[in-house]
Design a binder for this molecule. Structure first.
Ligand code: ADP
Ligand code: ASP
Ligand code: MG
Length: 440
């Protein structure tokens, strides 16, 4: 059994849905995870935002436009009037439910419930198409098995038990479809796995079922060696180690949700990135293999804040770092990069919701400097310290860019640089030119 996940662009129009149907019916018994049609989750975020601001008129206008778009798709997707009518009735219920949020006071739970409708609609549309085509398809509601625990982490035991139960009770289907992104939380409210979370859904399913392979189908032929939105002439990387892929995803390679590789890695299930627009392209295979001696790819994560704490008493002051880290822990704020010197420590965070309180607390231990609008550039590959000169190639590439922090040696796979966000494009281009010259 494989898990195949198709992103928003892959199911972005009736034509694309038909192409996906063709791809997923090539094999039997797989589980297919679908995102919302492209643009839908953004529209739902906009609708939720209008409800939050009590601008019901604007919310209803966005719902109206979205509804018209969906209704237009129906005759292009289905050939039987019966399927058109059935799907229309379902979609009408969904849009009515969106309008109905007007009558309840807005809170976080309502906001998240609003975001869930995109995946619910796309999976219903594709399932009805497959059934019309005579494929024995079961739509498994993700809200029946996908759950996050109180700490926001996936509840692997629950997900595994529930999903296995559902599959065992329904053995006679050729294909199983489910929604990406959406889940329940420990308070029994609808929640989600964060934007781009359908990749995470697929990897969680692949991990709990110990599937043969997790396939992430998207609009590009695998992980490129640099951000194709910023750098020209990037090329696909054919193979990545789990740790390399996890670093790239966490540090900004949008093709993968930041934490989706972890469950696949723990379960040892290979992940393959494939291109819906060109299914025969080889894509990228992510597994346990490690290609020695090569730097693979570069990624960038924006919206980073750097904090420097300088204490003249740090020398010999045991416990200084612990006290500093404890403050971040108290505010549930994770740290991405750390560098230390005799007199102080610099670190970077991306969640600034508690920044003011953190800075206030840090001031007990020294002077505090904050730099906002920074960006982490992460270079990934075989970066073991015994590979003489590898880190120099990366630092050389950035000789024209002011670098605020460098982190190296934390793993065998990465060297990271903290720079100003405004220098990101220049830095990424310079790295491609230096590191991947031969490939271009
Ligand atoms: P989906 O909707 O299928 O989940 P995403 O838009 O989330 O697709 O991810 C695919 C996009 O990720 C690509 O179109 C590309 O612009 C972007 N991307 C950013 N960095 C990379 C990279 N290193 N390799 C490939 N794609 C990347
Ligand atoms: N539809 C969700 C989003 O746009 C989840 C996903 O596409 O992976 O973020
Ligand atoms: Mg995505």
């Amino acid at each position: 059994m494989k898990v195949q996940k198709f992103g928003g662009t892959s199911v972005g129009s009736p034509q694309r849905m038909k192409e996906v149907a063709q791809l997923i019916t090539a094999e039997k018994k797989n589980i297919v995870v679908l995102s919302a049609m492209s643009g839908t989750t953004n529209s739902l975020v906009e609708i939720a935002d209008y409800f939050k601001k009590r601008n019901v008129e604007a919310a209803n206008s966005v719902i109206g436009k979205l509804r018209a778009k969906y209704m237009d798709h129906l005759p292009n997707l289905y050939s039987k009037q019966e399927t058109i009518d059935k799907t229309r009735a379902f979609l009408e219920e969904q849009f009515q439910a969106l309008h109905d949020y007007t009558s309840v006071p807005f809170d976080d739970n309502v906001g998240k419930a609003i975001l869930s409708h995109g995946e619910i609609m796309s999976t219903n549309m594709v399932t009805n198409y497959l059934c019309e085509q005579g494929v024995k398809t079961m739509l498994i509601p993700a809200l029946d098995f996908m759950r996050i625990a109180e700490n926001g982490e996936p509840d692997m035991a629950f997900i595994g038990t529930k999903l296995k139960e559902i599959l065992k009770a329904n053995p006679d289907y050729d294909l199983y479809i489910t929604q990406g992104f959406i889940c329940m939380n420990s308070s029994n409210h609808i929640d989600n796995l964060q934007r781009g979370g359908s990749d995470y859904t697929a990897c969680l399913i692949g991990a709990v079922l110990r599937c043969e392979e997790i396939q992430i189908w998207t609009d590009i032929d695998g992980m490129h060696n640099n951000d194709p939105r910023v750098v020209d002439n990037t090329t696909p990387v054919r193979q990545l180690n789990f740790e390399e892929a996890a670093e790239l995803a966490y540090f900004g390679a949008k093709i993968l949700h930041p934490t989706c590789i972890q469950p696949a890695r723990y379960a040892g299930v290979p992940v393959r990135l494939l291109n819906t627009m060109c299914p025969s392209a080889p894509g990228t295979l992510i597994n346990n293999d490690m290609q020695l001696g090569s730097i693979k790819a570069v990624a960038a994560k924006d919206n980073i804040t750097a904090i420097k704490i300088v204490s003249s008493r740090m020398l010999l002051a045991t416990g200084f770092l612990r006290k500093v880290f404890e403050i971040f822990e108290t505010y549930n704020t994770s740290i991405d990069m750390v560098t230390t010197s005799e007199v102080g420590v610099s670190l970077s965070i991306d969640d600034t919701s508690h920044l003011a309180a953190i800075v206030e607390k840090l001031k007990q231990y020294g002077t505090v400097e904050v730099d906002e609008n920074m960006c982490i550039i992460c270079v990934v590959g075989d970066l073991r310290w015994s590979n003489v000169g590898f880190e120099t190639i990366a630092t050389d590439a950035l000789s024209e860019v002011p670098v605020r922090m460098i982190s190296y040696g934390g793993s065998n796979h990465n060297i990271s640089f903290l720079i100003r966000e405004e220098d990101k494009a220049k830095a990424l281009c310079a790295l491609s030119a230096h590191l991947f010259k031969a490939a271009n």
